[in-house]
Design a binder for this molecule. Structure first.
Ligand code: ADP
Length: 464
């Protein structure tokens, strides 16, 4: 086992990783930008190293600075968290080049699965069902012909995309070529890679994803599925497990497909296979996230398995030590993402000073956060302040507990707005309670479905 790990991230996930290491008896090194100098990760870690100014590309995305910090402090491994360098195969290779263990899948597996186009092609080979669409980058005319044969609406997705950004739904064939050109330009701007592919836009659909764990000794299992259907503009708001309202044998088949896909890709570590499920209960592979996922705590709550510790153990070469049949799911867990955003102003980021911060407590309530009263929510990074996770013996009790905990959550500060009130209403909607929601439900609930917006904003755009 390692004796010292560098945590190459910030915010709640840096804190989460540090806690896992502490429980394993591993010393930790936090890295921080000037903005995060007084952050919770710095306070909790054994050592910390300043790696640059506030902008991510000069700090948390600065691979050379992170590697230098690891060498200087004598860390043996690097945990990248999510976002930033976590899915960059070059960074994984650079770690190996410096004799450091990258806590994530092998660079080769990341390479195969990181680009959505190559992942689709590989998963088609593995026999996973896919939505009709492209398996290769193509020029506008060819893509248009493909869209015509798939049938509208179609969705244009950046191959290098992530975070629900830069996707475009095209409903009218007459808009296709202009939308394609715009989508390529946006993909280039957001991800430095202009490759875009066309896929059938499924409506109404549910987002179901499978948590997998693979060790380096051939052990490959899944830890059940999460439902992340409650989204706003393709960004997840509420996540839960087990997946409600779908038959157990369907979830088993989706889980088995994910494990098969992971084995074909030579995957090692924790990862997430994402699928869309249609109303007729057919399912299609969407993409793989080669890292720990924001919503991993719901899986931890029902399985009792600490996923971050599992990542560390696997990276240290340990076998899983248990098989698929040992994974028992108990009860129901729900997570709400508490963002510093103003729901009354189209969820505009609401950075500012936190004067009061009193997270809820009580039985079966977990809050993953890096925020303390007196902090400033910086404008430089994402707006996630906390993840509120609850467990209960069944889903209705979990919803009641989530509503209680959200009501108890006290966050205030001059000009600071959060999504707690909005989420409390959302988990009380008949659609959520009765599981009739779908991935654009919130946009419709807010009266924003089908709106046209600038692709440059990075959000999903709709071409009516
Ligand atoms: P990202 O990596 O940017 O998060 P994903 O491929 O995971 O992109 O898709 C994000 C979300 O976009 C999904 O959860 C779903 O809501 C929506 N989406 C993606 N592909 C489709 C599709 N073919 N049809 C309908 N919705 C889709």
């Amino acid at each position: 086992m390692f004796s010292k790990i560098l945590v190459a991230n910030r915010g709640e996930i840096a804190v989460r990783v540090i806690r896992a290491c502490q429980e394993l008896g591993i010393r930790t090194v936090a890295v921080y930008s000037t903005r995060d100098r007084d952050g919770e990760a710095v306070r909790l870690a054994d050592e910390s190293v300043h790696i640059g100014p506030a902008p991510s590309r000069r700090s948390y995305l600065n691979a050379a600075a992170v590697l230098e910090a690891a060498k200087r402090t004598g860390a043996q491994a690097v945990h990248p968290g999510y976002g930033f360098l976590s899915e960059d195969p070059d960074f994984a290779e650079a770690c190996a080049g410096e004799g450091l263990v990258f806590i994530g899948p092998p660079a080769a597996a990341m390479q195969r699965l990181g680009g959505k186009i190559s992942a689709r092609a590989l998963m088609a080979e593995a026999g996973l069902p896919l939505l009709p669409g492209g398996l290769d980058a193509m020029g506008p005319a060819e893509a248009q012909t493909l869209a015509g044969s798939i049938g509208y609406p179609v969705i244009l997705k950046p191959s290098a995309g992530g975070g629900g950004k830069g996707m475009t739904v095209v409903r009218d064939p007459a808009d296709f070529l202009a939308a394609y050109a715009r989508a390529q330009a946006t993909a280039r701007m957001l991800f430095g890679d202009g490759r875009v592919y066309v896929e059938k836009f499924l409506y109404p659909a549910r987002h179901v994803e499978v948590q997998i764990l693979c060790d380096g000794h051939g052990g490959a299992i899944h830890l059940g599925a999460r439902d992340c259907t409650m989204q706003r503009r393709h960004q997840k708001l509420v996540e839960e497990t087990p997946v409600p309202g779908l038959p157990a044998d369907l979830i088993d088949r989706i889980g088995d497909a994910a494990v098969r896909g992971a084995q074909v890709a030579g995957y090692v570590g924790a990862g997430t296979f994402e699928f869309l499920v249609a109303p007729d209960q057919s399912f299609a592979f969407m993409e793989v996230n080669c890292r720990i996922q924001v919503e991993h705590p719901v899986t931890e709550m029902v399985t009792g398995i600490d996923l971050v510790q599992a990542q560390v153990r696997i990276a240290a070469g340990e076998p899983l030590g248990f098989g698929q049949d040992d994974v028992k799911l108990r009860g129901a867990a729900i997570e709400c993402r508490i963002n510093a955003e103003d729901p009354t102003r189209d969820f505009a980021p609401s950075p500012g000073r936190v004067e009061e911060f009193r997270p809820p407590a009580g039985p079966f309530v977990r809050v993953d956060t890096h925020v303390r009263a007196g902090d400033r929510i910086p404008p430089d990074y994402d707006s996630l302040m906390a993840k509120l996770v609850v467990w209960a013996p069944d889903r209705d009790a979990a919803i009641a507990r989530m509503r209680r905990a959200l009501a108890e959550f006290r966050v205030s500060g001059a000009g600071l707005r959060t999504t707690t009130g909005f989420l409390r209403d959302l988990v009380d909607t008949p659609a959520f309670r009765q599981v009739t929601h779908h991935i654009t439900y919130v946009d419709e609930y807010l009266g924003q479905a089908g709106r046209t917006e600038s692709t440059g904003s990075g959000a999903t755009s709709e071409v009516a």
